[in-house]
Design a protein. Sequence first.
Length: 58
Amino acid sequence: MSLPHDPFLLLSYVNTQLRDFCEDLDDLCRTLDIDEKALVSQLADIGYLYDPAQNRFV
C-alpha cells in the first residue's frame, strides 16, 4: 500500500495508524517502511508536529 499523497489525508492515515496499531512514531515508520524525517517534514509543512505524549500529530 502506498501512503496518501494529499498531506491532510496522510495526516489522518498516520494518526489512525498511531492510535490503532503503533506504539510510537519509530514503530510506525518501521512498520510502514517509511523515512521518519521525510514524514515529519511533510506534516510540519501543514503545521502538524508529532507529540509523543499523545502519540499523534497535532
